[in-house]
Write a protein that binds this ligand. Sequence first.
Ligand SMILES: Cc1cc2nc3c(=O)[nH]c(=O)nc-3n(C[C@H](O)[C@H](O)[C@H](O)COP(=O)(O)OP(=O)(O)OC[C@H]3O[C@@H](n4cnc5c(N)ncnc54)[C@H](O)[C@@H]3O)c2cc1C
Length: 107
Amino acid sequence: MAKQYDVIVIGAGPGGMASALYASRANLSVLLLDRGIYGGQMNNTAAIENYPGFSSVLGPDLAKDMYDGATQFGAEYAYGNVQGIEDQARLRSSPPILKLTKQRRLS
Ligand SMILES: Cc1cc2nc3c(=O)[nH]c(=O)nc-3n(C[C@H](O)[C@H](O)[C@H](O)COP(=O)(O)OP(=O)(O)OC[C@H]3O[C@@H](n4cnc5c(N)ncnc54)[C@H](O)[C@@H]3O)c2cc1C
C-alpha cells in the first residue's frame, strides 16, 4: 500500500517550503514534492537583497537554507511532477490520490 501523509505540498518554492515547515512543526506528516530542484524561482536569481535577515544572499543559497528549515521537523522531500489530483472525498474513507509522472526519493 502506498505511503500516506497528512499533508502533501506540491511545489518546493518559498511558499511550499514555508508550508512544509509549518505543517511538520505542527506534528503532521508531510511530503514536499517538486518537479525540479527545491527553491523554485529563487534558483533563477543571483542576489536577493530584500529578504529579512540577509543584506544580500544568492538565490540558490537561500533556497538551501529554506530547504534545511523546511525539513528540520521531519518533512520528506521527493521529486514528483504532479499531473492531477483525484478527489476521492465522496468515498469518505479514502484520501485524494496524486497522479505523478514519476517519483524518486532524493534522500
Ligand atoms: C529572476 C528572478 C529574480 C527574482 N528576484 C527576487 C528578489 O530579489 N526578491 C523577491 O522577493 N523575489 C524575487 N523574485 C520572485 C520570487 O522568486 C517569487 O516571488 C517566489 O519564488 C515565489 O514563490 P512560490 O513558492 O510562490 O513559487 P515558485 O518559486 O514559482 O515555486 C513553485 C514551485 O512549484 C513547482 N511546481 C509547479 N508545478 C508543479 C507540479 N505540477 N508538480 C510539481 N512541482 C510543481 C515548481 O517547480 C517550483 O519549484 C524573483 C524571481 C525571478 C524569476
